[in-house]
Design a protein around this ligand. Sequence first.
Ligand code: PMP
Length: 326
Amino acid sequence: MDYVDNILGTIGNTPMVKMNRLVADLPCLVLAKYETFNPGNSVKDRMALQMVEDAEAAGLLKPGGTIIEGTSGNTGMGLALAAVIKGYKMICVISDKQSKEKVDVLKAMGSEVYVCPTDVAPDDPRSYYSTARRLAEETEGGWYVNQYDNPSNAKAHYLSTGPEIWEQTDGKITHFVVGVGTGGTVSGVAKYLKEQNPDIKVWGIDTYGSVFKKYHETGIFDDNEIYPYVTEGIGEDILPKNVDFSLIDGFTKVTDKDAAVYTQRLAKEEGMFLGNSAGAAVKGLLQLKEQFTKDDVVVVLFHDHGSRYVGKMFNDDWMRKMGYID
Ligand code: PMP
C-alpha cells in the first residue's frame, strides 16, 4: 500500500512543467514550478506547516491553542490545514481587497475570518497587521504567526522548494523568477540555489504601488511608491524581514492590467489555471527577455490556483469594468 498518514503528508514535491506558447519569444528553456499541486492549492502550505511545527517545538503553540494570522488567504489555507490535523483553532485577519472566494475557502476550512480595510497605514489600529496582533494578545493560548518576519517562512523554502528545483533541473537552472510578497519564497529558494551555484540569477516580481524595487535599487524606503493596487499576493508597503535583498539580483514591476491579462492568457494558451501572481510572474519574465540566452534554464514559480480568482481575473465583466479588456 502506498499512502501518507494525513493530508499534510502531501505537501511539497510539486511538478515542474515546461512552458511553450506564452514564452515562444524567449531564447531559453522556461520551466514552471507548479505549486498548485499542494493540498491547499498554493506554495504557502510549505511555510505554514514549517511555521506551526517550529512554534510547537519552541513552546509558542501549545495543545488547544489558537493560530492567528494576517493573511491574504493562501497562508491562511495552509495554516488552516495544519490546524485541522493538529487540533488548533484558527483565526485569519484579511484585507477587504481579497477575493470573496478566498474568504469562503478559509471559512470552509473551519477558520474564523476578520476583514479589515486595505487603505489604511500598516500601523493604523484598523489595519490587518494591527488587528491580528491585537487578537493574538487578547486570545488565551493565541499565537501570532507573523509570516512577514517569521524566519520559518524562508526556512521552509530553503529546506524544500529550493532543493526540489535544484534536483528537478539536474543542477542546470541559471535563473529563478518569482513574485515577492513576504519574501519567504524568493529568499529561501535563492539562498539554497546560490549555495549550490553562486552564478544563478534571482529576479523578483514586484507591482506598481509596492516599495521593493525602489528599495532594492536605492536603499530608500520611499512612501511615494505606496498606493493601492489590484494585483494579489505580491508587493508590500512594508519591508518584511523575510525579504533578503542581498540574494535578489533585480526586480521588475508588472502593471495590474498586465498581471490580470496574463493570468487569463496562462489559462487559455498554456492550460495553466493559476492565480493572479502567476500572471504577474510570467509577464515579468517576458519583460526580462534581454537577460536570457539560448542555453539558459529559467524557472518561474507559480504560487496559487485560478479557482480563487473566478470572480475577478477570470470574469470578463470584472475585467471590462477594470478597463483591462475591451
Ligand atoms: N503569490 C500569491 C498568490 C501569494 O499568496 C503570495 C504570498 N503573499 C505570493 C505570491 C508571494 O510569496 P511570498 O510571500 O513567499 O513572497
